[in-house]
Design a protein around this ligand. Structure first.
Ligand code: FMN
Length: 325
């Protein structure tokens, strides 16, 4: 399948694996890239630029296809060494960076001078237009249904994607709620040039996370996510669990007076315990409503082939028949 995104990134299929904390290691990124998509290593999961450089080298050993690195700019008590991470990305020969969170403008010149393509993840049309104006090559438009941080506007993809298509000149991928060939065809029909998936890629053989995490996603329905941290305007969609219920009880009790310090036990440093040790109630962890569409744990190659085959069949049979009737 050929779209502006496959052309821009030099990939076979318009399917991107979004950066995911403690999930986006070399094994997953390489598996996605080897299957013709664009795999992405999560930069900040590596605790230092040196460790990121090592992870990039590991990924180069696992694939000779293009892969990217995610750099997330979220509010943090102490800011990570972003210049160091960017240098590791440049030195590692990376050609695509997925930025997310705050405006990446101050980091763009260094990336662009190194010939790196930047795709910025946005949850609103105004942020997508800003990304386009500052020189990003593409955007990933993340609807309200997405796992992780959906922003504060709460616009689902059936509205957000055509709105983005109406306004943007640069290519964009649909992110949030994408799982199968139907999602891909719908995203293309709404004006996107491909899809970005998070939650769906966790439930794959190659995702280097504890099997409890994969089983929790397969067991979950579309009703099992919750929005947490809304009172501090850092909304995150997570899988419901004991920690989410505790956190939501604190939100109800403390109301707008709630501070980050009040919920630190539920959110800080919990990812290694969940993703690696499989302690499913250790804290809150991002998960999309798309869990309701995930019923198996295929290999990444099986998943991507299935999505492309299903999409092509929908387009060439179901839609073609309807259009010609
Ligand atoms: C467990 C998990 C961790 C994530 N961590 C990050 C992250 O560190 N940085 C980021 O930009 N996005 C992160 N995301 C968001 C994904 O990259 C992607 O945008 C989102 O999952 C898309 O929605 P979906 O889960 O419905 O596919 C995370 C998502 C999940 C499920």
């Amino acid at each position: 399948m050929k779209t502006r995104i496959t052309e821009l990134f030099g990939i076979e299929h318009p399917i991107i694996q979004g950066g995911m904390h403690y999930v986006g290691f070399a094994e997953l990124a390489a598996a996605v890239s080897n299957a013709g998509g664009l795999g992405i290593i999560t930069g900040l999961t590596q605790r230092s630029p040196d460790l990121l450089a090592k992870e990039i080298r590991r990924c180069h050993e696992l694939t000779d296809k293009p892969f990217g690195v995610n750099l997330t700019f979220l509010p943090a008590v102490t800011s990570p060494d972003y210049p160091g991470y960017i240098q590791a990305i440049i030195d590692g020969g990376i050609k695509v960076v997925e930025t997310a969170g705050n405006n990446p403008q101050q980091w763009l010149p260094a990336l662009q001078d190194a010939g790196i393509k930047v795709i910025h993840k946005c949850t609103s049309v105004r942020h997508a237009l800003k990304a386009q104006a500052i020189g990003c090559h593409a955007v990933s438009v993340d609807g309200f249904e997405c796992g992780g941080h959906p922003g504060e506007d709460d616009v689902p993809n059936f509205i957000l994607l055509p709105r983005a298509a109406d306004e943007l000149d640069i290519p964009f991928v649909a992110s949030g709620g994408m799982a199968d060939g139907r999602s891909l065809v719908a995203a293309l029909a709404l004006g996107a040039d491909g899809i970005n998936m998070g939650t769906r890629f966790i439930a794959t053989q190659e995702a280097p996370v504890h099997r409890n995490v994969k089983e929790a996603i397969v067991a979950a329905s579309e009703l099992d996510t919750r929005l947490v941290m809304r009172p501090i305007r850092n909304t995150e969609r997570v899988l419901n669990n004991a920690a989410a219920e505790r956190l939501l009880a604190k939100e109800r009790r403390l109301g707008p007076a709630m501070k980050f310090g009040d919920i630190i036990d539920e959110v800080a440093g919990v990812y290694p315990r969940i993703m690696q040790q499989g302690e499913m109630d250790a804290g809150v962890w991002s998960c999309g409503m798309v869990a309701g569409l995930i019923h198996d744990v295929p290999t990444v190659k099986e998943l991507i082939e299935r999505i492309i085959n299903e999409a092509e069949t929908i387009i060439s049979r179901r839609l073609a028949q309807m259009a010609s009737a």
